[in-house]
Design a protein around this ligand. Sequence first.
Ligand SMILES: Nc1nc2c(ncn2[C@@H]2O[C@H](COP(=O)(O)OP(=O)(O)O)[C@@H](O)[C@H]2O)c(=O)[nH]1
Ligand SMILES: [Mg+2]
Length: 303
Amino acid sequence: MLTFLKNKLKSLFQEIATKELDEESLSSVSERLRLALIESDVALPVAFEIVDNVVSSLKGVRIGRTEGVYQVVLRSLRETLYKMLSSIQQVDLVSEAMKRRKEGRIFTVMFVGPNGHGKTLTVAKIANLLLKNNLSVVLACSDTFRAGAEEQLEVHATRLGVKLIRHRYGADPAAVAYDAVIHALARGVTCVLIDTAGRLQTDKGLMDELRKIARVAKPDLKVLVVDALTGNDAYDMAIKFNEAIGIDATVLTKVDADVKGGAAISISVATRKPIIYFGTGQGYDDLKPFDAQWLLDRILPLD
Ligand SMILES: Nc1nc2c(ncn2[C@@H]2O[C@H](COP(=O)(O)OP(=O)(O)O)[C@@H](O)[C@H]2O)c(=O)[nH]1
Ligand SMILES: [Mg+2]
């Protein structure tokens, strides 16, 4: 249910019948708001931060005659979330790539994230976007770990008509990324997109592997790909990947599914890095540039 958070707010706040948000009513507001956020998959520390912001904006506010506490909290929450989400500097992949092409350089992007969250499809979607903007692309299959990963990326490469650099199964993923960079430099290809393996983010081996790929390929950007359905775990996941290799941006996938929205908010706050795209389906064009208003209209529509 997309409007899960909104419905939660409605049911929790309908019964507060105060006309002025004094200290006592605000403490009940903050308790209920925290509950609504946590149940909507917002990570605990993030929920606390949001509640603090909302409560400080509501101090002493008088409730108008035609509205209730619910409407006032909903508006304030939307404003707070909007500020939090849009205060993070955005990154535009296409213009970054164009800038580097102009300077005669290559543009390397490395995609990381847990298994099954949509890295490989996102690499294909971004390749498609770059190609549409007349930028040349080479793909690197640095997932030499999972059986079938190379074949999967090969299907996309063939469909998109781009070169894929792959080694045999079990090979050093950093060497694949390096070869793709060398290929781009030698052939005048602008964009190198590196797909990587995903195991549990607690897997030290994976983090070491990702660090090595980053050291060797020196990506301009490291993009975390996270499934919006991850819910509450998204925060920990983002922190782990960010600590291990340093994330520059996030793509939040499967936003077309039934999301509560908490993952998007938690990831932004956890990394203080932008969500650059939403994955909204399985097609190459199902990639929507981040839009805080659009997200808020989906999870917290005003009546
Ligand atoms: N509905 C939907 N499915 C997606 C999206 N992104 C990825 N998927 C699907 O999620 C599954 C795992 O994606 P994949 O790219 O293989 O994940 P990886 O293991 O991280 O590389 C595949 O079936 C994808 O088609 C999305 O934005 N929406
Ligand atoms: Mg993959």
